[in-house]
Design a protein around this ligand. Structure first.
Ligand code: AMP
Length: 306
């Protein structure tokens, strides 16, 4: 039986949400790359190890996060502990069924996740696949962005598969132009890019998903799969061939948080289990459909209904 290892690189935050009872909050953990790690852990057999690569503090709240990752079966040996930092937090306010977010993440430990190149290389050593996102890149200093891109480039050069979701969040960047430049550099070291068309059309002006796929391939990505909400998924293969796949309709969309993150995990888990692109997209869209049918990023029911 094949033993494989995936590393997901990024920031997990504490999530505080209003419960509806005055003065009572509930506490959880989420973040784009952690969401994907969670769904990968549930989608892959025990012959796969899923490790999270990040940085947290040494305080009690950071301990809680590490305990949470462990309790979900996600490996934490490459989550660095920084004594003078703690984790980022966000708070969800509910008003008339609409969620709005307040963040405290400007000084989070995860911003230093790539500050020790040797630790980064140890985390990547022996892995088969490394997953990261434009949010991972956004939170780093320029120096650490370069270090991470270089480490992933070397990993790819040694045969590792690098998978990147651009996850465009202009608010995390100094300006959209800076975001565009770094996202393209990231795509250049990535074997597979998994963008969402709506964001790409907004920030890169792409006319259609095929244009998004072609742009990332022109930057150096070997394969691209473009998500597009309830519309068809567009895949561009390594010779540039385009395919389109429909996604099942979801009757009651409750909360689209983690639609893309869970899609990515569903796709990768299926592909790593040997599925064709068509079947992997179908599995991904089914998982994402279940995730958006419930509130929150991590939906335990979505993984048990597979
Ligand atoms: P997005 O990142 O919003 O393009 O969505 C990622 C994936 O989630 C899509 O490729 C679909 O599989 C699924 N998805 C998102 N929104 C919807 C929707 N309104 N109806 C059905 N599926 C959706």
């Amino acid at each position: 039986m094949k033993m494989g290892r995936i590393v997901s690189i990024g920031e997990c935050m504490g999530e505080l949400s209003e419960t509806g009872s005055p003065g009572m909050l509930s506490m959880g953990f989420a973040g784009d790359t952690l969401n994907t790690a969670y769904y990968l852990r549930h989608g892959l057999g025990e012959d796969w190890q899923v490790d999270y690569v990040s940085a947290v503090g040494t305080d009690g709240l950071s301990d809680r996060m590490v305990e949470f990752l462990k309790s979900e079966g996600i490996g934490t040996s490459h989550v660095r502990r920084l004594p003078d930092k703690t984790i980022g937090l966000y708070y969800i306010t509910l008003k008339d069924g609409e969620r709005s977010f307040t963040y405290w993440r400007n000084d989070s430990a995860a911003k230093r996740l790539a500050s020790d190149p040797e630790a980064l290389n140890r985390a990547l050593e022996g892995a088969d696949l490394a997953y990261w996102s434009g949010i991972t890149l956004a939170i780093l200093s320029n120096q650490d962005r370069l270090a991470l891109i270089e480490a992933l480039g070397q990993f790819a050069g040694k045969g590792g598969t690098v998978v990147f979701d651009p996850n465009l969040r202009p608010r995390l960047w100094d300006n959209p132009e800076t975001m565009r430049g770094w996202v393209h550099r990231a795509a250049a070291v990535s074997d597979l890019c998994l963008p969402s068309f709506e964001d790409e059309a907004t920030w890169f002006g792409d006319a259609d998903p095929a244009a998004t796929a072609k742009r990332y391939q022109a930057e150096g990505a070997r394969r691209v799969i473009v998500k597009n909400g309830s519309e068809d998924v567009t895949s561009a293969g390594s010779s540039g061939e385009l395919s389109r796949f429909s996604v099942p309709s979801v009757e009651h969309v409750v909360d689209t948080t983690a639609a893309g993150d869970s899609f990515n995990a569903g796709y990768l888990a299926a592909e790593l289990n040997g599925a064709s692109i068509e079947n992997a997209v179908a599995a991904a869209a089914r998982l994402a459909g279940r995730v958006i049918g419930a509130r929150g990023a991590l939906v335990p029911d979505a993984v048990t209904q597979a």
